[in-house]
Each structure stands twice: as C-alpha cells, then as structure tokens.
Design a protein around this ligand. Structure first.
Ligand code: NAD
Length: 508
C-alpha cells in the first residue's frame, strides 16, 4: 500500500484562521480538494495568502515538481463543508464549548466513517468528543504553525477513540508530507505544548522580573539551543553533553542543579497591564516596523533553509522533506506522457523540474557546478521510476548504476530560476541504457546544460552486470519507439576538444 492510497480526495475544514489556512495550503499542495467553512467575512483571503506562501516555500524547498493542486471551495455551512469527506479537520478558536458543539454538528453531518479531527493545542479529546455522534472516530491532530511547512502533527485519541482511527489519521497526515507523533495517553497540552509552556512561562518571568528583554530571550534560544533542537531535540543533545560517559554521567553532573531550582516552575506571573504593556513595547521594538507578512516570509525562508540543510543530512525533519520529494517525483513520473511516435513533440520526455535554491549558488552568483549533476541525476531517477526501476525494484536486488557521465555547460542558472529537463533515450539493450538530458531555463528557454549518461543494469547481490527485467525492457522498447523520429541532439558523444595542452607547459 503506497502513501498516496491514504490521501483522501477531499477534506472538510472548519475554521480558516492561522491554522485552518495552513491546513488548507498543506492539503491543496498535496493535491487534495479542500472544502472550507468559516463564518467570518473574507476568511477566504487569509487562505489564499497562506496558499501563496506555501507555494513559494515549497518551490524553493522541493527538488521535485509539485503535484497538481487540489481545488478550494468555500462552504456556506458546516454540513456542506463535511459532506462526502474522509477527514474533517476543525481549527476553530480554542474554546472548549464552541469546539464541542462544532464537532457534534460535524459528526452528525459527515459520512459515518469520516475521521473527525481537532487542531486543539491542548484541550482533552474526551471532553471535546462528549457530544459527538460515533466518538470512536474522533482524534486530535495538533499541528504547528506554519502547518504547510512544519512536519510535526501530534495525534491523540480519547479512551473512546478506535485504534484504527489513530492509524488512519496518522497515515493521511503522513501522506500529506507530515510527521505524525502518536501521543499514547490523553493528557492536557499533549507533549509539545507542555514543553513549550514551561519555557514560555519562564520567559514571561524573565521579562516580568526585568532580567531580560523579549529580544534577549529570543537570542538565548536562536543562537544556541534552538539550533541543536532542530536537529536532535533535548535528550540526544544532552547525551552528548555527558561526553563518552553518556547519560548517567550527564545526570550525575547536572541532575543536582534541578533541586536548586533555577526556574519558577508552575507559578505564573500575573498578566497585569504593566507586564502586558512591557511585552507589547518590547515586542514592537523587536519587530522594528516589519509587518506580519514580512516576518512570515522571513520565517518561511529561514525554515526552508534549515529544512534544506537537514535534508542534506538525511536527518530529522530533513528526512520528512526527502520523503515528500520522493512521493512527488513518483507522481510526476506517473504523469509523464510518452506521446505516440510521430507526434509533434516526437516523444521527448519531460520528467523533472527544479527551482535553483539560494544555497545552490556559489561566490560567482551562478549555480555551483555539482548542482547541475544533481539536477540531471534527479532526472535520471525520475526516468528510472518511469520505467519501473523504482524503490521496490532496487529493494528486490536490481538496479541501474551510472558508469559514465559527460556534462556540457552551455549557459548559467541563477537563484530562483525555474529549470526543466527533457530526456531522450539514445539507445538501450538488455544491460545498458544511454540517456541524454537537456537542462533548460523555463523563463527564456535557454539551454543551460546537457548531460549524457551511460548506465549499466546490475544484480546487486552478485555485484555484476545482469539483464534488466522484462517489464523494464518493455517500457524501454516503448520509449524507443516513441522517440524513434527525434533527430540526434547537438553535443552527443562529445569529448573535451580544443588544442591538446601538453602537461607541465606553462603558457608564456
Ligand atoms: N496559532 C497556533 O500557533 C496554533 C498552533 C496549533 C494549534 N492551534 C489551534 O488551532 C485552533 C485555531 O487556532 P488559530 O490560531 O487558527 O485561531 P484563529 O483565531 O486564527 O482562527 C480561528 C478561526 O475560526 C473561525 N471560527 C469561529 N467560529 C467558528 C465556527 N463556529 N465554525 C467555523 N469556524 C469558526 C474564526 O472566524 C477564525 O477564522 C485552536 O484550537 C488553536 O489552539 C493553534
């Protein structure tokens, strides 16, 4: 069962504020239709703004083409929003009575097997589900802002929730590119907000006691612990603080300090006008006149940078991004059409698109050299997925290895350029595959690079060349027929030319 199987055709969203708008963007980008109800006039505008931000972020982040987006519909009632959906996601204001009433209405109107989920930050699932029809399909799906970019979603049922509901909800969220974390025990605040609240309470005390300003407190996080948290969280980080002696040593060394204690624990500063004024004044100074829209864009760009970096490490949230890319790549491969032989496009394949990310740029302001090979290699992967030599094929012990590549640089790419790659198969036999990719800049159709690659089919266990499977060879034969009429591209079979330079001779 692939993840796509878990993606519903359509979801119903209740509430379209910060979180509801984020959910809408997350699902629309995953290709899911969204039907949304929010009684506030103009609620749709916020959703479109979130969608715009989400597209911008993912165009920079993903190396694979985004799948076709779902359709957005604004509903006039709860019943209309939830009709015919597999998942209802409620993101109304954090008021228990309002949510319980809304969930009861939604559960009565939705299909009987639809999952009914709430985005609540910390209200108990059993209290929210108390008036619901069939509460066994209720679950909390607690996301993080911005929902379209941050992978985490805490999934927490009540004692009445069926285990199957939790599993289905988690599978849907995962297929939408998220990282579900199942919270196994119903508890106020779940896991993440309990941790965040402890930090937040202490931060407010530091401001209330004039120990630090809001900006100094943020600096204490973002220049230090925040960077570690993004990769390793708290426990793995502290394990390293214990050195080779590990966790036991760490606890022996720093455990006693917990008794001091340094923090104010559950005591809460009185949220009186003086404290609120101080927070607002300091927060305004910190924002330095930048609008929320500007700060949201800054936040998203920084998150994209961090996620890109983590993807390079194949670690933490980077792994979730890579999973989304693999999914999008396979959707693109399935959608790629091989037109009939003789059709005007002559069977040229277009399997891969990329946006040049800022971290792909070198000191000259151009795309750095190895990124060209990366884009071409991603295209080869898309080609292999297209002919059925995909992840399952590799797991079964077969694979194509690239044995030779020849790159020609015919133009330059800059940050933000949209690139697409066309592919011809120059030849194939049972064991070999000869590909020619042309990398174009979409904006002006400039050819910026070509890549000619020879691949050999191998039996991974035997460690030697072996004939490809019959299904793969059948796909290759079809592509060969479709591309038979194409003229040979310029630059095929080239080697480095020009006057031969003698080694060691320094030109005068
Ligand atoms: N903001 C966050 O960072 C965050 C993070 C995770 C979870 N949450 C949770 O998500 C939920 C929504 O929070 P938010 O920040 O998006 O709030 P918000 O105030 O931005 O949005 C709430 C939306 O619900 C709409 N609404 C009010 N009554 C409604 C009704 N009867 N039916 C449908 N819609 C209705 C409002 O018009 C508004 O657009 C809350 O439960 C909150 O705890 C928030």
């Amino acid at each position: 069962v692939t993840d796509e199987k878990h993606l519903p055709d359509r979801v119903g969203l209740l509430g379209a504020g910060v979180i509801g708008g984020g959910w809408a963007a997350r699902f629309l980008l995953a290709g899911v239709d969204v039907c949304l109800y929010d009684p506030a006039p103009g609620a749709g505008d916020g959703v479109l703004a979130a969608l715009h931000r989400a597209r911008r972020a993912w165009d920079r982040l993903a190396l694979a083409r985004r799948p076709p987006e779902g359709h957005l519909t604004l509903a006039g009632s709860v019943a209309e929003a939830v009709a015919g959906t597999e998942l209802v996601q409620e993101s109304a204001p954090e008021r228990e009575a309002l949510k319980a009433e809304l969930l009861a209405q939604a559960s009565a109107a939705a299909p009987p097997d639809a999952i009914i989920a709430s985005s609540t930050s910390g209200l108990l699932p059993s209290r929210l589900a108390r008036s619901m029809t069939r509460p066994e399909r209720f679950v909390v799906g607690h996301p993080f802002n911005p929902v379209y970019l941050l992978p985490l979603v805490e999934v927490c049922g009540s004692p009445q929730t069926a285990p199957e509901t939790v599993a289905r909800a988690a599978a849907i969220y995962r297929a939408a590119g998220m990282r579900p974390l199942v919270v196994r025990h119903e508890i106020d605040g779940f896991i993440a907000d309990r941790l965040l609240e402890a930090l937040w309470r202490e931060a407010l005390w530091l401001v209330a006691d004039d120990v630090a300003t809001v900006e100094e407190i943020d600096d204490a996080i973002r220049f230090g612990a925040g960077l570690r948290w993004a990769a390793m969280g708290t426990f793995l980080t502290y394990r390293l603080a214990g050195g080779e002696a590990g966790m036991r040593h760490f606890m022996a060394q720093f455990g006693p300090a917990l008794q001091l204690p340094w923090t104010r624990l559950t005591e809460v500063p009185a949220l009186e006008p003086a404290l609120l004024d101080k927070l607002v004044v300091q927060s305004d100074a910190q924002a330095a006149g930048r609008s929320i829209a500007e700060l949201e864009q800054l936040r998203d760009d920084c998150l994209v940078a961090v996620l890109s970096g983590l993807r390079g490490q194949g670690f933490g949230a980077g792994e979730t991004v890579a999973e989304t890319e693999r999914r999008w790549l396979s959707v693109a491969a399935d959608a790629a059409v091989v037109p009939d032989a003789g059709a005007p496009s002559g069977g040229l394949l277009c399997l891969h698109e990329a946006i040049v990310a800022s971290e792909w740029i070198d000191y000259n302001g151009h795309m750095t050299e190895y990124r060209y090979l990366q884009v071409l290699a991603d295209t080869t992967d898309a080609f292999l997925a297209r002919i059925g030599a995909d992840g399952d094929y590799v797991s079964a012990g077969h694979s194509y290895y690239t044995v030779e590549s020849h790159l020609r640089h015919t133009g330059q790419a800059h940050a933000g350029d949209r690139l697409y790659v066309t592919t011809r198969m120059l030849g194939h036999d049972a064991r070999r595959l000869h590909l020619f990719h042309e990398l174009h800049r979409s904006e002006d159709e400039t050819l910026v690079a070509t890549g000619e690659h020879m691949l050999v089919h191998v039996d991974a266990a035997a460690g030697s060349a072996a004939p490809a499977g019959a299904a793969v060879l059948g796909e290759l034969a079809q592509i060969a027929t479709a591309q038979a009429g194409l003229p040979a591209p310029t630059g095929v079979g080239r080697r480095i030319e020009g006057e031969r330079l003698a080694p060691g001779v320094v030109p005068t």
